[in-house]
Design a protein around this ligand. Structure first.
Ligand SMILES: CC(C)(COP(=O)(O)OP(=O)(O)OC[C@H]1O[C@@H](n2cnc3c(N)ncnc32)[C@H](O)[C@@H]1OP(=O)(O)O)[C@@H](O)C(=O)NCCC(=O)NCCS
Length: 143
């Protein structure tokens, strides 16, 4: 099934807030260890630098996750809708962002050592392990 991509908009903030406040998602986030605060979430969106680009992933006619790149070329991806997990959405999303942002390569990812599914995903799409620091592994995608 196709995965469609469109830029993150204000109308998506509530669903992204729900996804990012779920422990299944934030337990693997480098800079988040608890559910989000709504005001900070809104501020995050309103003050995004122009080089930060985030896209909603739509699958089966609904919003299921987010993929993007911050201003320093670090990739984020998560599938917030449980029912979409394991359907290749993340694989398509990661391949898509790597292709779309190819002019910004190398792209980077920081992944917890225990996040096996994410490590498998990034390696499958062509990211290479670079280094490890205190349980966080750095991966790099070059073209
Ligand atoms: C990581 C995540 C995005 C993968 O989403 P997904 O829907 O399972 O992704 P896909 O269906 O495209 O699977 C991609 C690959 O991930 C790996 N994978 C997925 N689930 C896995 C599991 N339970 N165990 C091991 N590897 C797994 C596999 O390599 C899989 O490819 P394959 O099926 O060809 O072997 C999703 O689990 C998620 O949102 N996790 C929480 C947030 C997160 O960790 N984000 C990344 C932070 S760096």
């Amino acid at each position: 099934m196709r995965v469609e991509f469109r830029p993150l908009e204000t109308k998506d903030l509530e669903i992204v807030f729900c996804w990012r406040s779920h422990p299944r998602i934030y337990k693997w986030a480098r800079h988040q260890s608890q559910p989000l605060d709504w005001d900070e979430h809104e501020k995050w969106f309103e003050t995004l630098p122009s080089l930060s680009v985030y896209y909603i992933m739509e699958w089966s006619g609904r919003r299921v996750g987010l993929v993007g790149l911050d201003a320093n070329d670090w990739v984020s991806i998560y599938v917030g809708d449980e029912s979409a997990i394991g359907n290749n959405v993340a694989t398509k999303g990661l391949k898509w962002i790597c292709k779309k942002m190819a002019d910004r390569a190398p792209l980077f990812a920081e992944i917890h050592v225990d996040n096996t599914s994410s490590k498998n995903l990034f390696k499958k799409v062509g990211f290479n392990f670079v280094s490890e620091n205190e349980n966080w592994e750095i991966y790099e995608y070059s073209i």
